[in-house]
Design a protein around this ligand. Structure first.
Ligand code: Q9C
Ligand code: ZN
Length: 341
């Protein structure tokens, strides 16, 4: 399988995120993608190719202009206040507060985010646009006829919506790739989000649309981040009604339970008969993941890939989460090897 990868992800290296009231070294760090790349090379997964630059227009098909401008100018706006440390928000426009875009950068930072888990650094803009280009290049390669392509994105994207960032995510790489497939002529695209956390951003972007089926298997939001989306009764609205499927699962479950949800999601995807599948590939479902509560083991990822492969769909894998850095390469590449087998 062809892997698309850019070294630009190294330009994004946040120092701290806020967890349990404490500044904690970021779990989302460059070594994650390095380990996945190392494993792809070690097992001879296939060629590794740099992305091409698609410019801002495919990004603006998914994200609002105000949000993209905010991200683009964030670091220079921050520097203009004499600051050189990482950006993190301090206030959010929650219930009954006004939704008016502030001029001040601290106000804008809260306005365009939903948590203090996504620091912006000097190199973040370059890293996130390259990550989006990794996903876009993957969908372009898929259109040439490949059965599967791996977009080794970093930073991840599935928590980012049209106009907010959070949860280590800035631009929604998977959604940008999906929209590009549709714009290139696909009639229907399915998303299977297997990251431990609900893909709130992707769901939100496509919630009122029938041309994208969104399915997500994740920790129940009643106990797990992102807390405020990902419940089973979220089925889509308007034209999108019936095209959104969430599988919130209990803490501590293993493959025997997880795979039942996967089987149901696969039934929905098959029934939808999409032109292509995009897999938001997070491997933070792993038993040793430091921030997650599922108990999948490394061989389970081979089976996951086999089952996804049996759907018989052209498939773009887009890297999302996974924080057990020692095993992230084995687990992510196992999915791709299972798919190829
Ligand atoms: N108790 C992705 O996997 N905070 N994002 C978790 C842990 C944020 C995860 C707090 C987790 C974001 C792409
Ligand atoms: Zn995750």
């Amino acid at each position: 399988m062809l892997t698309i990868y850019s070294d630009d992800h190294h330009l994004h290296h946040g120092k701290h995120e806020l967890i349990g009231g404490q500044f904690t070294p970021c779990f989302e760090k460059p070594s994650r993608a390095d380990m996945v790349l190392d494993r792809a090379r070690a097992v001879n997964l296939g060629a590794i190719q740099a992305p091409t630059d698609f410019g801002l227009s495919p990004i603006l098909r998914v994200h609002s202009e105000g949000f993209v401008n905010f991200l683009k100018n964030a670091w220079s706006d921050w520097q203009a206040k004499g600051r050189s440390h990482d950006m993190l928000p301090i206030a959010w426009p929650t219930r009954r507060l006004r939704q008016v875009e502030p001029t001040d950068i601290d106000g804008r930072l809260g306005y365009y985010s939903f948590d203090a888990g996504a620091p912006i650094t000097a190199g973040t803009w370059q890293a996130i646009t390259s990550s989006a280009n990794v996903a876009l290049s993957g969908q372009a390669e898929l259109r040439k006829g490949a059965r599967g392509i791996f977009s080794l994105c970093r930073p991840p994207g599935h928590h980012a919506a049209a106009d907010y960032m959070g949860g280590y995510c800035y631009l929604n790489n998977a959604a940008i790739a999906v929209q590009a497939m549709l714009d290139a002529g696909a009639k229907r695209v399915a998303v299977l989000d297997v990251d431990y956390h609900h893909g709130n951003g992707t769901q939100d972007i496509f919630y009122d649309r029938a041309d994208v089926l969104f399915t997500s298997i994740h920790g129940d939001p009643r106990f797990e981040y992102p807390y405020y989306l990902g419940f089973a009764d979220e089925k889509g609205v308007g034209a999108g009604a019936g095209f959104n499927f969430n599988y919130p699962l209990a803490s501590g479950i293993d493959w025997s339970v997880w795979s039942l949800a996967l089987a149901d999601a696969c039934r929905q995807i098959t029934e939808y008969a999409p032109d292509a599948l995009v897999v938001s590939l997070g491997v933070d479902t792993f038993k040793e993941d430091p921030i997650s509560q599922f108990k999948l083991d490394s061989p389970d990822y081979l089976r996951m890939g086999e089952i996804i492969g049996k759907l018989g769909l052209q498939t773009l894998f887009v890297m999302e989460g996974g924080y057990a850095v020692e095993e992230i390469g084995i687990n992510a590449i196992n999915v791709l090897q299972g798919f190829d087998s």
